[in-house]
Write a protein that binds this ligand. Structure first.
Ligand code: ZN
Length: 261
């Protein structure tokens, strides 16, 4: 059995018997408690002060993480093998957004803006995408993905890509829980990551990445296996080490599986 499926709550497996095409939940590591890597600003104070004025609140740690996001070195394209990568279902995508049911702290223009950002970054794979507000009567179809807040469709997760129904479902309940546990956390960052991650499944990245920083990553496989990173010591320095947008390795894998040179 696909290992990713075995990690899904039984409830969502029951709800989605055809789960091989629905496997795309985003596993989130325990919710962040520390939000500011002050340690690095102190230990690298000269660089840190300079950077703080240029790209606040960046730090030397953030620079290292950004470098890892921007590069994909030999040997870093590795997955958990929990899914079969395949070509995207369409040569171009339209993501149409329905705001009904969103948590009150997300405004429609904000979510649209995040969607546009994720789509723009994924277009580096060579597959164009556009984002729009969904017309009330719109039906999803191949290449026309409806993005909506849907408790059942999200299976209790932050997000779930349903490739069979061409729907990207977002889970308001998970975001309410995040807000309860950590109200200071910028939930827009998490939403950006969820959108980018689930979009990646539509682009054909079905397996989850073993490289911690990739937006398609899982941090661990639930059986003792851990993701890898160039900077293991930094994993805890960030509330979320995983990128909120596709990394160089996410894009490279996307181009390979879609046979785009
Ligand atoms: Zn996933």
């Amino acid at each position: 059995m696909n290992p990713a499926l075995t990690q899904m709550p039984q409830q969502s497996l029951r709800k989605h018997p055809a789960a091989l095409t629905l496997h795309a939940e985003l596993k989130h590591r325990p919710l962040p408690l520390i939000l500011s890597p002050l340690r690095s600003l102190i230990s690298h104070h000269l660089i840190g002060l300079l950077l703080a004025t240029l790209v606040a609140p960046a730090s030397a740690d953030a620079l290292l993480r950004n470098l890892e996001i921007a590069q994909c070195a030999d040997g870093e394209l590795a997955t958990w093998g929990d899914g079969q990568d395949r070509m995207a279902a369409a040569g171009a995508f339209t993501f149409s957004y329905r705001h009904a049911g969103a948590p009150s702290w997300f405004k429609e223009p904000q979510v649209l803006s995040l969607l546009q950002k994720s789509a723009a970054e994924w277009s580096r794979c060579g597959i164009p995408a556009q984002v729009m507000v969904a017309a009330p009567s719109l039906q999803s179809s191949r290449g026309n993905v409806v993005v909506q807040w849907d408790a059942a469709g999200s299976g209790g997760h932050f997000g779930l890509a349903n490739l069979g129904n061409h729907q990207l479902s977002l889970g308001a309940q998970a975001f309410h829980l995040l807000n309860q546990r950590n109200p200071a956390h910028n939930a827009l960052d998490t939403l950006q990551m969820v959108l980018s991650h689930e979009m990646g499944h539509f682009y054909g990245l079905m397996a989850h990445s073993r490289r911690c920083v990739d937006v398609l990553s899982y941090y661990h496989d639930g059986k003792g296996g851990q993701c890898f990173t160039r900077n293991p010591g930094l994993l805890k320095a960030f509330p979320e080490y995983r990128s909120s947008l596709p990394t160089a390795c996410d894009i490279q894998r996307c181009r390979i599986l879609n046979r785009i040179p």
